[in-house]
Write a protein that binds this ligand. Structure first.
Ligand code: ADP
Ligand code: MG
Length: 241
């Protein structure tokens, strides 16, 4: 098991956002988090990446309790890549610089090696000719693919994707989903929050339905999306599809 969340509780003031939430993700598995807006998908991903602390429970990565206060968050984040809905590329830096900046600073790896890896990834996703372009010359889909490459260049063990296609024009969604499907084929372990049910069905090994910060239902996509056991899951799917 690569990631395990055990009885995680997260509150913001009086609001319980994650409530006794447990979730296990095996290596090479793709888990899709679905659920209404406000159900806790983003918060869960942010807790896993240690962007926010939890109130109770344990999160383990490769068996290590990463929620132990003695753990260095930067060291954990070197093993996790995270991509958000908004691509967050630096507008005043080239594509290549956007990708290489953090690994050069954080990992202190040789700049030439990082650069070579970045260019290799850009080539693999069909963006080799954009290395020296600035983000505003790229489409939204291209920018989001660059943001994913930026998360991959550290060779993470786990990739967290939070609604990475939600901000895109519909005609640009496909190229990003194709890239994610390619990552799955290469064995990347991913947890992704998505509203794209068709995509979840195609790419996920397991679909987890969050409701009010709890896992209400989980299982293979054909079961959770096709024949859900819970009335709330059925209501959610009826609204979204
Ligand atoms: P989702 O990604 O499923 O839409 P979120 O994880 O963003 O859900 O939000 C879950 C709940 O936590 C919501 O009620 C939201 O208002 C609340 N929440 C998220 N972040 C914060 C924060 N920084 N401060 C207070 N409440 C927050
Ligand atoms: Mg969210």
């Amino acid at each position: 098991m690569l990631l395990s969340c055990e009885n995680v509780r997260k509150t913001f003031g009086a609001t319980v956002v994650l409530d006794d939430l447990s979730l296990a993700v095996d290596e090479h598995q793709v888990v899709a988090l679905i659920g209404a807006s406000g159900s806790g998908k983003s918060t869960l991903l942010r807790c896993v990446n240690l962007l926010t602390g939890i109130d109770d429970g344990t999160i383990r990565l490769d068996g290590e309790d990463i929620t132990d206060p003695r753990v260095d968050p930067d060291r954990v984040r070197q093993r996790i890549g995270m991509v958000f809905q908004s691509y967050n590329l630096f507008p005043h830096m080239t594509v290549l610089r956007n990708i290489t900046l953090a690994p050069e600073r954080v990992h202190k790896r040789a700049a030439a090696e990082i650069r070579a890896q970045a260019l290799e990834w850009l080539g693999r996703v069909g963006l080799a000719d954009k290395a020296d372009s600035y983000p505003d010359r790229l489409s939204g889909g291209q920018q989001q693919r660059v943001a994913i490459v930026r998360a991959l260049v550290n060779s993470p063990r786990l990739l967290l994707l939070d609604e990475v296609t939600s901000a895109l024009d519909p005609e640009l969604v496909g190229e990003v989903l194709t890239m994610i499907r390619g990552l799955k084929d290469e064995g990347m372990t991913m947890v992704l929050a998505t509203h794209e049910m068709g995509f979840a069905r195609q790419v996920a090994d397991r679909v987890v339905f969050l409701d009010g910060g709890r896992v209400l239902e989980e299982g293979p996509p054909e079961q959770v999306l096709g024949d859900p056991t819970q009335a709330r899951t059925r209501q959610f799917l009826a609204r979204i599809i």
